[in-house]
Design a protein around this ligand. Sequence first.
Ligand code: HEC
Length: 312
Amino acid sequence: MNKLIIWAAALGIATAMSASSESFAATARCQLNDGTRVVCPVRTDAELEAAGAAYEAEAHQMSSGESGSTYGVAPFDYLTGVGKRNEGTTLTKGDSGYGGKGGKTELWDRVKKPSDGESVYNQWTNNWSPSFSTTMVPGADPNEGKQWYYVYCITCHGWGLRGDGPSAAEIDPRPRVLTKGDYMNNKSNLQLFSVIKGGGEAVNLSSSMPAWGNFLQDQDIWNVVAWLRMMADAKVPTTIEEYLNPKTTFKPIDGDVDALTAAKDEDFQDAQEMNELSLAGRGKGELKGGGYVEGGLRKKPGEVADKVKKGY
Ligand code: HEC
């Protein structure tokens, strides 16, 4: 119980701070595992303005029928052009993805078509995302995590996890760049899990980072953590191969909790209390939130571990 009181006091201070400070940009308010304070990895106002303008332009192209995919309807990275289709498809005017004659550039057009052409193209256009054959978080599947990321996180953190989603410019403190390895690789799985499940408030950050524990089951959140781990220092792709196989700099941290060990990990269980308290309609010490729920594509941690062992 003592722990909860300390947490509550810390939250009070955080609220008072956010009410009084005008901008968070240059403050060293981000903390690494060893306690070092650093300036949070966020994009500059100018970068976010450019990203916002690009998004507006794409939305306009969509509504005027010049180009097909939009951020919301058929997502693509409006900065790199990944996932956007135009010439060379069988699409006709009015179809999602139709770019018209002389349509806008896309990565597909900018790079050479690989020799195994169609299958890669299909994977690219159907998934619009890299596909991994391994995981950095035991019991968690990055391929499933990325799907949730695309549903819930891109508006703020951006399609490429670079802190430049269409809403980013309006949010202060800014949504963070989630690919910055020297920052993210210093965060434990427990920290990432907690901020995603309980939102900023659960870890003494701003409530501008929403709590996702009412939408995502614990296993989903582990999968999202696995996806974030795969994207540490992933480069903006310039070839399809780079796009499909981003290289991560993340190395698992010794003794860190993961999806397989969470149930028996004391720190994790303590953190869960705080996570649950920040979720609407929960609290009073009842940990209802996170168990495995059957349905859809969801898999148990053990099944994910088996899948990884077999090489997917
Ligand atoms: C409404 C905008 C918004 C959405 C949507 C959003 N975030 Fe955030 N996120 C933020 C902001 C703002 C921060 C930084 C908070 C701060 O600086 O106090 C943040 C911080 C984070 C951090 C903390 C990194 C660190 O420094 O410890 C992680 C991880 C994160 N978000 C992941 C996600 C994931 C995963 C999703 C989707 C499930 C998501 N976010 C959706 C706004 C958002």
